[in-house]
Structures are given as structure tokens and as C-alpha cells.
Design a protein around this ligand. Structure first.
Ligand SMILES: [Zn+2]
Length: 216
């Protein structure tokens, strides 16, 4: 049982890493048989992983066609997403700073720290790990801020999986680390205005880092 759970997780991670690093390009077919050969596992954990990725919006299942990678988000959708984030996240960061506990701050610091660790993983695996940790970091801030509807609304967009898939580049991850550090410093100082500004800057810079992907 334990072994099966571990295998399912490993297969999920392996497929997620391929999607995030565009080794499985957006919109392309995903053949279960190919993955069986590539990952040397049976169909069961692969179908399980694809179902989970479908729930996360990264995989689309079409009747009689099968699985494919979700198409890349459009420029319009990207702009809409960042407009939404800028409306909600700086304000949430400000409210989180006002009610930040030592425990939550320690968790956020840990989440940010995991992102900066080099580890032994290859670039692809590291990149998808970073996307996941970034999603957790932002989600945890929204949780501390306390509005469950705002948290659900943003979680439902699966923002981080989609935006990180726009570009597979080390710069995307390195620059974000400093911006997260600034957000954490504002939380540590329990300074709502500094937290608001640091979050606004982080979301704006994230947008500006990824925008060139549409000109490629
Ligand atoms: Zn971030």
C-alpha cells in the first residue's frame, strides 16, 4: 500500500515535470503507452496521475481522443489573471501581515527556503518543484489573510502551474527568491503597508518576467 502510494506520487511528479518543462508541449497528445515505456511502470499509476493532472487543469481528456497537455494560456487570459492577482494578493498580504503568527511565519519562511535549495534534482524536476512551492507559499499567505472565498478563487485558477509553463528559465526562479524575502521581511516586521507593496512588486515583476514568452 505504502509502496503503491509512493509509486503513484513518483509517476505524478515525473509527468508534471515533463509538462512544466514543456517536454510535453502544450496542446500535444499524451499517449499512455509512451509513458508506460518511458517511465517503465504499468498503466494504472499513469492513468491515476493523468486524472490528478486533469483536476489541476494541466491535462485535458477528450472523449475518444484521450489525453493531451492543456493548451498554453492565451495572452488575454494571462493579463486577466495578473489583473486578478493584483487586485487580491497585495491586499491579502497586507491583512496577513496584521495577523501574522510566529507559527505561520515559520511555515512561510520554510516554504520560501525550500525554493532556494539547490538539491540534487535535475533542472526540470527542480523547476516543477519551484512552481509547486510558489503556489503553496502564495496560498498560505491567502489562508493567513483569512478570506476563504478569495483563497478558493485564486486556487481554482491553478495560476502557478500555468504561468510557470510559459517559460522554462532559471531567471524566473532566482529573481522571485529575493522578492519572497522582501515579503517575509514585511511579515516579520508585522508591517501591513510594506507587505502590500512587496507583494504588489512581486506580482508585477512576475508578470513582466513572463510577458516576453508571448513574443517568442
Ligand atoms: Zn511567488
Amino acid at each position: 500500500m505504502q509502496r503503491n502510494a509512493g509509486l503513484a506520487e513518483e509517476v505524478y511528479e515525473a509527468i508534471l515535470a515533463r509538462l512544466m518543462a514543456l517536454k510535453i508541449p502544450p496542446g500535444s497528445r499524451i499517449t499512455v503507452d509512451n509513458l508506460v515505456r518511458e517511465l517503465a511502470v504499468s498503466q494504472t499509476p499513469i492513468r491515476e496521475a493523468l486524472g490528478r493532472l486533469e483536476g489541476e487543469g494541466l491535462v485535458v481528456k477528450t472523449h475518444l481522443v484521450g489525453y493531451s497537455a492543456a493548451p498554453q494560456i492565451t495572452r488575454t487570459r494571462f493579463n486577466e489573471l495578473y489583473e486578478l492577482r493584483l487586485l487580491l494578493e497585495p491586499d491579502a498580504a497586507s491583512r496577513a501581515a496584521a495577523v501574522m503568527t510566529e507559527e505561520a511565519l515559520a511555515e512561510l519562511t520554510e516554504a520560501a527556503g525550500v525554493m532556494s535549495r539547490e538539491g540534487g534534482a535535475d533542472d526540470r524536476a527542480r523547476y516543477s518543484q519551484f512552481a509547486r512551492q510558489d503556489a503553496l507559499f502564495h496560498d498560505r499567505i491567502l489562508e493567513v489573510a483569512g478570506n476563504a472565498l478569495i483563497r478558493e478563487t485564486l486556487a481554482h485558477q491553478h495560476t502557478h502551474f500555468h504561468i510557470f509553463r510559459l517559460m522554462f528559465h532559471a531567471r524566473v526562479t532566482e529573481e522571485a527568491l529575493d522578492e519572497h524575502a522582501a515579503i517575509l521581511a514585511a511579515f516579520a516586521a508585522r508591517d501591513p503597508e510594506a507587505a502590500r507593496q512587496a507583494m504588489r512588486l512581486h506580482v508585477e515583476r512576475s508578470r513582466d518576467r513572463l510577458l516576453p514568452a508571448f513574443d517568442l
